[in-house]
Design a protein around this ligand. Sequence first.
Ligand code: FAD
Length: 310
Amino acid sequence: PFDVLVVGGGPAGAAAAIYAARKGIRTGIAAERFGGQVLDTMAIENFISMPYTEGPKLAVALEQHVREYEVDLMNLQRASKLVPAQEPGGLIEVQLESGASLKAKSVILSTGARWRQMGVPGEEQYRNRGVAYCPHCDGPLYKGKRVAVIGGGNSGVEAAIDLAGIVQHVTLVEFDAKLRADEVLQRKLRSLKNVDIITSGQTTEVLGDGKKVNGLVVKDRNSGESRTIELEGVFVQIGLLPNTEWLKGTVELSPRGEIVIDERGATSVPGVLAAGDATTVPYKQIVVAMGAGSTAALGAFDHLIRMPAA
Ligand code: FAD
């Protein structure tokens, strides 16, 4: 069995595997797609100490760094079930969709998350070419330009306020008849001069010139009429979905499906820790996920050295 088995191969999982392996303990990492969301990212300008890199490059670097150590790297493996230890100090089991099963003294869950998409024409085609999901990441790329934010919940309104300080103009589009964000955020948003708010607005298409975004089609759900907004960027803020469906009923999840962790990365199941976008950590970023992965690995090590000798 493994001492530490990491499930998920994004920044959090890679950091956890490296920190665990450096303790000289038997470490494995199983990932559906090694690299994680980083593989879907183009420019990365907030990976501290590296002013600019690109997602696919960073994913290769993550894998190379993990391979510096004796880590059993199992790529293209999707976990389907977690079975907690049957007795204190017993082995935890992770079942894979392939039918195989892995056993470990401690497990680190780092299965990340995915942005909910609008599912309209143009969204996929212009992803990273005008269609963005992360204002902290891509906001500065739209300095002086016009953008829309889709979604009037807390994350959408926060994004609109954030972007209004960087870009020339923001149009916030909410599907419902009113915004759902906290009142204090709505008040702040309405006080900004370069923000327009559209409610009862259904985004039906992202337009572009073949290379990048140049417009957004929004249908008024009351009148049924459509209009085209000229702009350069569209930030989609309609939800971040944690990849935790397979953990329902075993590990405590928040109402949003995030794995509940404490400050050392421990979950509700003894010996099972978690890190990164799949957890209740408030900010979802690469450097944050890496820090959390390191924390979880050190937390797992603390757990291991307290286990009774076999
Ligand atoms: P992820 O990167 O999501 O990795 C999850 C891993 O778990 C993957 O290997 C996945 O295949 C695997 N997995 C999922 N389910 C299972 C399962 N059941 N069994 C086994 N494996 C599983 N952040 C920044 O800091 N700067 C940026 O510029 C930036 N730009 C971004 C641009 C885009 C388009 C996107 C989508 C995100 C961006 N982010 C950026 C956010 C950043 O990518 C995430 O915060 C970070 O990747 C989270 O790391 P993670 O390891 O927690 O999860």
